[in-house]
Design a protein around this ligand. Structure first.
Ligand code: CA2
Length: 145
């Protein structure tokens, strides 16, 4: 049994409360429950954390080192410019799945760059909650369980 750290960045605490035409009606708690259920199918547990603060996200990534076997991260808008998150993720030894609810490449040009993608094992975008479930499946395969 391994721990998967699930990290959400800024404004994702508002899921299900604002802009449902873009982000759907599922809440952050729904996302965390779905990932937990998917992970349980492979015998893994999930430690979930959301923050609106870049440094807190860096701290959470560092805290996952030596504790979690894998990270699933939706860094929110930090995706597009937060090199401190890039650097923190680069220190993590296990699989890292970058997940986005929407497809940033189909949105404004400033969303087309990800500074996280170069240090991610894989990136899944535009599939809503299903993307998170696919991320769990990919991690389970990578961990060999
Ligand atoms: O599609 C994604 O998952 C994003 O990471 C979401 C970020 C956005 O900046 C990225 O480009 C793509 C924004 C998260 C904002 O979440 C909200 C949720 C509900 C209501 C308002 C914002």
């Amino acid at each position: 049994m391994s721990i998967i750290t699930l990290l959400h960045g800024p404004n994702l605490n508002l899921l299900g409360q604002r802009e449902p035409h873009i982000y759907g009606s599922a809440t952050l708690a729904d996302y965390e429950a779905a990932v937990t259920a998917a992970a349980a199918q492979f015998g893994h547990t999930v430690q979930a954390f959301q923050t609106n603060h870049e440094g807190a996200l860096v701290d959470a990534i560092q805290a996952a080192r030596g504790v979690a076997a894998a990270i699933i991260i939706n860094p929110g808008a930090f995706t597009h410019y937060a090199w401190a998150i890039h650097d923190a993720l680069a220190t993590f030894a296990g699989p890292i799945m970058e997940v986005h609810i929407t497809n940033p490449n189909a949105r404004e040009p400033w969303r087309h760059t990800s500074v996280v993608a170069p240090v991610a094992t894989g990136s899944i975008m535009g599939l809503g909650m299903h993307g998170y479930e696919l991320a769990v499946q990919a991690i389970a395969k990578q961990l060999g369980a």
